[in-house]
Write a protein that binds this ligand. Structure first.
Ligand code: SF4
Length: 136
């Protein structure tokens, strides 16, 4: 996760609570964090770990910038499970590594620019939610 410091994540976060009440918070985390590798240690009975730092930021009263708004209908309504789309989400079923692996530069390929400064958080565009289209 970039950055991996809770203090930095907290500083970057939006200065407003992520959820209006605990039902919203737990409903969203049930859908996202309960199957994400970044929070696996927090729910494991055998692993010991701190859990996801983004969840900690939310529990401290700020909305992580990695949580993009999920689909809204024309009235601004959203489903609790899809209120945000977390761009750091990695499913436990994604494979052995929780981190995305950049495609290596092919052998003999010249590079005009160093890659490292540009390997940052991916910004994904959320897809329309068909369930919300039925509500509209
Ligand atoms: S990375 Fe996102 S989805 Fe995964 S545990 Fe953290 S907040 Fe939840």
């Amino acid at each position: 996760m970039t950055p991996d410091s809770v203090d930095d994540l907290y500083e970057q976060a939006v200065h407003e609570p992520a959820f209006s009440n605990s039902d919203e918070g737990y409903g969203w985390m049930d859908n996202w964090c309960d199957r994400c590798v970044h929070d696996k240690s927090a729910r494991s009975k055998t692993e010991v770990g701190p859990g996801c730092p983004l969840v900690l930021v939310a529990l401290m009263g700020r909305r992580p910038m990695q949580w993009l708004d999920g689909p809204r209908d024309q009235h601004g309504r959203y489903s609790i499970a899809d209120q945000y789309h977390c761009i750091e989400f990695r499913s436990e079923d994604d494979g052995p590594s929780p981190e995305p692996t950049p495609i290596p530069t092919p052998p003999g390929q010249g590079e005009l620019l160093p890659r490292e400064p540009f390997e940052v958080v991916r910004m994904l565009t959320p897809l329309p939610n068909p369930a919300m289209a039925e509500v509209a």
